[in-house]
Design a binder for this molecule. Structure first.
Ligand code: DAT
Ligand code: MG
Length: 141
């Protein structure tokens, strides 16, 4: 039996601008996950740098930071059985051209640089990333 986990999930500026927030959140609610944190934020440069620290130095890093700071983002903590891997599988592959239909990226995106959503890739990443976006007092349950 999988563990109950928490994962950090972001609805990126492209999806907020396209008014996809409700549809995306609804998928996780219908699947049976619980929301433990939820807010609309403008990601600061410093937060973006912490969040994407593993990508520092890669050719796409500057545009990655520019994009995630370019407009409002919905930050969420999603909780449930096997949440880290299950949320990743609901997101689809990083490059939307490889994402299966039925996944979030497979249904809503084509462009690698504007791929709609972020989800933590391991429980360790989740703990680190949740702390960048939420204080303990902002998380319920
Ligand atoms: P994921 O978001 O699926 O965890 P990642 O952590 O490898 O993927 O990369 C973070 C984001 O950076 C990704 O959502 C889109 C962007 N990205 C990744 N590889 C890229 C590339 N080769 N060119 C442009 N953007 C890229
Ligand atoms: Mg990643």
């Amino acid at each position: 039996m999988a563990d109950v986990e928490r994962t950090l999930f972001l609805i990126k500026p492209d999806a907020v601008e396209r008014r996809l927030v409700g549809e995306i959140i609804a998928r996780f609610e219908r699947r049976g996950f619980d929301l433990r944190g939820l807010k609309l934020v403008r990601v600061r440069e410093q937060q973006a740098a912490e969040h994407y620290v593993e990508h520092v130095g890669k050719p796409f890093y500057p545009e990655l930071v520019e994009f995630i700071t370019s407009g409002p983002v919905v930050a969420m903590v999603i909780e449930g059985l096997g949440a880290v891997a299950a949320v990743r599988s609901m997101m689809g592959a990083t490059n939307p051209l490889d994402s299966a239909p039925g996944t979030i990226r497979g249904d809503y995106a084509l462009d690698l640089g504007r791929n709609v959503v972020h989800g933590s890739d391991s429980p360790e990443s989740a703990a680190r990333e949740i702390a960048i976006f939420f204080t303990d007092a902002e998380l319920t349950g």
